[in-house]
Design a binder for this molecule. Sequence first.
Ligand code: ZN
Ligand code: ZN
Length: 879
Amino acid sequence: MMGRCLAVAVLSSLSVTMAAETVFPVTGGDEAIASRKAAVAALMALDEAALVALVPTQSGIYFTDCPNCDGGAQDHANWEWSLERPTAVRCRDCGEVYPGNARYPETGETRVEAPQGEHRYPYYERADGYRIYLRAHADYLAREYLTRHCQTLAELYRLTGEEAYARRAALLLGRFAEVFPGYACKFDYPFRQKLFTPWHTPTIEGIGPYRVSKWTWWAYMDVSTGLLAAYESLRPWEGLDRLGDGGFRSRIEKDLLTGMVDYVLVIPETYTNMSPVAWNAVIQAGRVLGRPEWIGEALQRADVFMRQQFLYDGHWQETAPSYCQQTVGLMRSFLAVLKGYEPAPAARQDQEAVLARVRSALAALEAAHGATRLPNGGLITVNDTWATAGRAPSRVRSQLLPGMGLATLVAGEDDDQAMVWLNYTAGRGHKHNDALSMALVAFQRELWRDLGYTHTAWRTWSVVTASHNTVVVDGVDSAIDGEHRQNRLRAYVTAHPRLGLVEAEHDGAYAGRCSRYRRTLLMVGAAATEAYVVDVFQVHGGAQHDWLLHGSAEMDSTLAVHGCDLEAFDGTLMNPGTAFALPKGESFGVGPAGGYGFVRAQRRGVAGGVIRADLRLSGEAAGVGASTWLDCPPGTTLVTGEAPRLRQAERHDNLLPTFQAPMLCARRQGEDLRSVFVAVHAPWREAAPVRDIAVERLGDAGTLVEIRLNDGGVDWVVIGDDGPVAASRQTALGRLEVEAHWAVVRSRGGAVTDMLVVDGTTASVGETRLAAPASAEGDLAAWGELSEDGIRGWLDLPGNPTVAPGSALLVTLADGTVMAFTPVRAAAGDAGLTRVMVRERPAFERAGEGLRLTASPQREVAGSALRWRVLGVGTRVQP
Ligand SMILES: [Zn+2]
Ligand SMILES: [Zn+2]
């Protein structure tokens, strides 16, 4: 192998990436060299003693506000630091300089034991007792500057072979190695009084792991990759061993870099979405310093992390795609920093097995994250997810994420797709009170929306139930299913290319008030231009049911209601006596009954029969909209109004009242109320595909919806409330007869076209008849996990049931929890069993008399029963 110095000399003027064994590649070229030289010119001009003196001898503090102004955010002003005045900071907003400021003098100091004596942290104490460590912030910024430039100096040596750069990088690294061990550890958190502890005791009572840091403000970042990279570039320099007392190399490796790794590795592991930040740096350190045991440790932790902290469908435990995205990026980096790493022979087998598991879990994570994409490339805005368009529109398909609790149904394959989603997400972190909410997008536009994430003062409006397209019972927020046990998928069928079905229920949304809270969505159509969604929401119990729709939060829009006269209404949708005050900040709430307080400009009327609500987007999306038909039992109160759409006021709380979106509420009241809200949502551009609808209740057992289309077609949709239902009626095509739980019959030009029958026997019109296989169920015989691409497990079902992609396999545990699986393929196996390969992890194992769930969230289930069910599906696909 060619020596590295020689390679450097030969290749220095070319644009190259260093060889594969390099942990921190350096891209060279004349331009890169010139810009690096310019960046370090000031440091090169200093005499060496002055250079070394720049290295702070004490820890720095990051969260530092300007005592004089309100600039900046999150307890951190917009500071300026310069080499000319390295122990001071200047506020960019008001110009004040600290420390040594006569108006804001240092009023006291915190003393911390140090290896030789003590370290002193002077502060300015505000009237409220909060201490601001301005001098320590100058140290923080100096340290950052020197770390960055130390790396640049070392890279210049690597690229040019010039020892002058190596020498200065080595002096800085050597000085850091002298002072770092004695740096105090501290709790450095926004708006909280800073706390310090001596170098030898890296914990502070009451402060959680990783919050006590030594190098940065968060210990996940406490292995400096900048200094590691600097050392990797500097290491081949022979002069390093001749420098000073000859101990530079040893001190840099042991006291500085190993010291950082040791500091981080002894902190109890938390397995959060920040953990891979620490592991990645530990792996890089292990590769630079030749410490395979660090790499082994990071691999072990990643293995546990991927098994325990993700849902069984592969998604990050928090059911917010923005947070999943962060994990995807970090785990990709994890594999990237291992690229080219060769484990020692003794460890090879184990480490390769771990890597295979991590890779498989990452593939599942990427697939799960990909399933939360919108046709415009952005992320589905459920829970705390930012509404940002992606880089490019993407074609999406119907997807089920059963661990997360998100089902999408997509119509169309061209650039103009329509998508509806049913949000039955569970979990605790970054979660909204959004039980069984839906949203509709089409033509790359948001129509019926979910707000997603915001850091505005009115954030609570994005969280409350009243802000979602769902049903609010008795005027209060629905509950959250923290354990992933009360949200239950009942059907997910995408076996037909143009007809999709999802149904879910949530037992805990209004526990104690409601005995049923269930929603069914059926997507019908081959393209966005002709697609519509049939939406049935059943609620049993409570005294007031509000069915809600919210218009786009993307842009201005208008809502017009037909079929009901509305008059200005200056009352409130809030329960009588509920107080409301606009929140003053992001962490302020409005209470469980306060959501409607945000609604203004209300109009009210009383409806009976089918009404239509037309949403029209404005501006660049003029011509695009959605129409919703809603069947209102006599006496339904309709209220329209407008409510904040938040996104456009991000970072500008004063603009919050400016940006509003229209909304609609259909309210029913009565004792022990039972409601079946039946709606049809049709997106449109220029012209709506649906002309009108008619709704017929089938006794007290189901609903028949007739949808009359503008192209002359007529469709019929049957949805049983709780199981198969019989429907019969005369049509222009002959007698319609249906015996099914869910069925769709489409016709055009007097002929039957597409049909779907799920969990039933037949659907027929005139002579055209479609039969469906029976639904099947039984006890699960066996199961196991796999680490294959796209297949993470198998389930053995007794007998020979029809199991095919396109219909979710439902497994019910003894406590009623439903875990759904996506069949990839099925084949007859041994002993009369059918083996179904599935996309999700069968993440449960027997534990005594019960089961233990092994994916997130882990818990024990009393009783080991495992009942599976597959819905029988019949399809007729008209070419
Ligand atoms: Zn200021
Ligand atoms: Zn939401």
